[in-house]
Design a protein around this ligand. Structure first.
Ligand code: ADP
Length: 613
């Protein structure tokens, strides 16, 4: 008993915040639907009792009429008319109940959609506002996936709350009515439903725990099926005939999860069968006692029908009450996880108020060290340098030396672990983040490939200018994409990829890169950042890109990362990174003369060309 009480206590904890949270979402998502649905629920509380009462009166009238006929007295017209009135009342009540049901179903259906959308938008907003660092962590993806999956439970729970209140009132009313027959049996009947519901809840809880403890496994299953289904992998799936391999992996993972669920579910099935018999036994005792009362002459047939109806209502509303309570307390954990996800707090502060000075651009890394996580090694170590606009600066170093990390730090995707980054002598954390980032237009090494139209895909870097067709055309021209886009049937309105449009086009690697460049050039910044902008381009396009860039953007600063060092020989300054340290800096000539790391890398590439030539 104590165990049960403790269980109830722990269940109860956090229940009110959950209820309030769901009601808040329910109300905020649509005040109109919220109010209509609750009003209907309130009215419909009393409909079943009216029904039971009228039906018992009807049975009583019939029984009296039957006796009258059998006793040879016959029935008067008045009695028939009052019977007709009862039938009409019953019809009216059933009509009212049908109308209320249908209106509520419609309202709840719409409210469900609106609420689901509202919670999805809340998640999207949350993700968009979080530090980039969160997107490096698998815990974040687990929690986000859990929140997304669980948003439906907020919707379900807000309906369960209404059910809970409605069934509680109905239960109390029914108990009061039934207690005038037999208080003890009335309470016994209400209690007899509990064991079944407890085991039902236990079963659900066990299943939920399995899902929660196996999130990684669930994501693996989804990922494995995605490998067989997505464009990204299809070439290799076909080439290497990977489906049997994927299927075997998928089945093994799925079976693993299924067996856990099956075991948990099976454990409770026997207990559920046994406990489901209890209310039936108590109800039979009530029916017998009522019937005996009729036999003895204490009750009429109408009383029998009335109490029987009320007893059914006790069971039904107790069942609905505990079921709704169970749903809410089950969903409580899910909803608390949703709330927990919304509570993820940024490590970085975005409280800067300074606006960048449009006349100057001097960016300084001062003794910057950085690691992605406390558990990981430093990937930048005490790095100091100055970058100015309109100078062109190149970042050079082998893979993993820290070039992209420098870019991510100067865009303030992360803050340095140690040291400081300054723009015009002011800590970049002191600037309004949106205005600070607007100073840059960046082509990332892992640029995004949007399944939007060509025009949409270009304007994303400065979508306030999205109506400017001339500027879109110019960006496409400058990036070298205009050539292939002009061949598309719908021009800039052509959909990229065929994911959503069978008329869409699939692009080659180099064409995607040119699209990303067009997006970078659509925004006019103080400083361009091009991280391996020619990685997928052919030699001719690569040459043209760097030549054009120098011509077009003589007055703009640029940070260039290119694995082909011959592209960057003309820049004002080359920064050479090695294993997270800045090992050299200077012009191409200075560094070649120095004969250090840069000269080594440059000569290595030059030798290759000589051999080929
Ligand atoms: P480069 O651009 O020179 O190839 P990066 O800056 O991308 O080098 O990477 C530098 C180091 O940081 C590498 O060891 C890489 O594995 C690590 N790294 C990059 N991104 C992350 C990340 N999001 N989380 C943890 N480590 C990372």
């Amino acid at each position: 008993m104590k165990k049960l009480f403790n269980k109830f206590k722990s269940d109860f904890r956090g229940l009110f915040p959950t209820i309030l949270f769901c009601l808040k979402i329910s109300f905020k998502s649509s005040k109109k639907y919220f109010l209509i649905s609750n009003f209907i629920s309130l009215v419909s509380i009393f409909v079943p009792f009216l029904n039971i009462y009228l039906f018992s009166r009807l049975i009583q009238a019939l029984s009296t009429a039957f006796l009258n006929v059998n006793n040879g007295n016959g029935n008067s017209m008045e009695e028939l008319n009052s019977f007709l009135m009862l039938v009409l009342f019953l019809f009216g009540v059933s009509l009212l109940s049908k109308v209320l049901d249908n209106v509520q179903q419609y309202v709840n259906g719409m409210h469900r959609e609106v609420m689901q959308n509202y919670s999805n938008v809340v998640i999207m907003e949350k993700c968009a506002g979080l530090d980039v660092a969160f997107f490096d962590s698998s815990t974040f993806y687990n929690e986000m996936g859990d929140a997304t999956r669980n948003s439906i439970y907020i919707v379900n729970t807000s309906f369960s709350i209404i059910d809970l209140i409605r069934s509680l009132i109905q239960l109390l009313v029914a108990l009061v009515y039934l207690s005038s027959f037999n208080l003890l049996l009335a309470l016994l009947l209400a209690v007899s439903v509990i064991p079944h519901l407890i085991y039902q809840k236990k079963q659900l809880f066990a299943l939920y725990n399995i899902q929660r403890d196996n999130m990684e496994l669930s994501r693996r299953i989804a990922y494995t099926s995605n490998v067989a289904q997505s464009r990204q992998y299809i070439n290799e799936v076909k080439l290497y005939n990977l489906f049997p391999f994927i299927f075997e992996k998928y089945s093994r993972l799925w079976n693993n999860l299924f067996r856990k669920k099956q075991k948990a579910s099976f454990k409770y099935t026997g207990l559920l069968v046994i406990t489901s018999i209890l209310p039936g036994i108590v109800n039979s005792v009530i029916i017998y006692n009522l019937g005996a009362g009729v036999f003895r002459g204490g009750y009429t047939v109408g009383d029998f029908s009335y109490y029987n109806g009320v007893a059914e209502k006790v069971m039904a509303s107790m069942f609905s009450f505990i079921y709704a309570y169970g749903q809410i307390s089950d969903n409580k954990n899910r909803i608390q996880n949703f709330v927990k996800f919304l509570d993820w707090r940024n490590q970085m502060k975005y409280e800067g108020t300074v606006l960048p000075d449009p006349a100057r651009f001097v960016l300084e890394f001062r003794n910057v060290s950085f690691r992605y996580d406390e558990a990981l090694p430093f990937v930048l170590k005490n790095v100091s340098f100055v970058i100015e606009s309109p100078d062109k600066t190149a970042l050079v170093g082998v893979n993993g030396s820290g070039k992209s990390t420098v870019i991510k730090l100067l865009l303030r995707f992360y803050d340095p672990t140690e040291g400081i980054i300054l723009l015009n002598g002011i800590d970049i954390r002191d600037y309004v983040i949106e205005d600070y980032r607007k100073l840059f237009s960046t082509m990332f090494q892992d640029y995004s490939k949007y399944a939007y139209t060509v025009a949409e895909s270009v304007v994303l870097s400065d979508y306030e200018l999205q109506g400017d067709g001339v500027w879109i055309a110019s960006a496409l021209e400058r990036s070298g994409a205009a050539g292939f886009v002009s061949k598309f049937k719908c021009g800039v309105n052509t959909h990229l990829t065929r994911q959503f449009d069978k008329e869409g086009v699939e692009l080659s690697g180099g064409e995607w890169q040119k699209m990303a460049l067009a997006r970078t050039f659509f925004h006019e910044p103080e400083m361009f950042i091009l991280d391996e902008p020619s990685a997928s381009l052919d030699a001719e396009s690569e040459d043209e890109l760097f030549r054009k860039f120098e011509e077009l953007y003589a007055d703009k600063g640029a940070i260039l990362v290119s694995h082909r060092l011959s592209n960057i020989t003309a820049v004002n300054k080359i920064l050479v990174l090695d294993n997270g340290e800045l090992v050299e800096s200077g012009t191409h000539r200075e560094l070649v003369r120095k004969n250090g790391k840069y000269a080594h890398l440059f000569n290595l590439q030059a030798e290759k060309y000589e051999v080929r030539a």
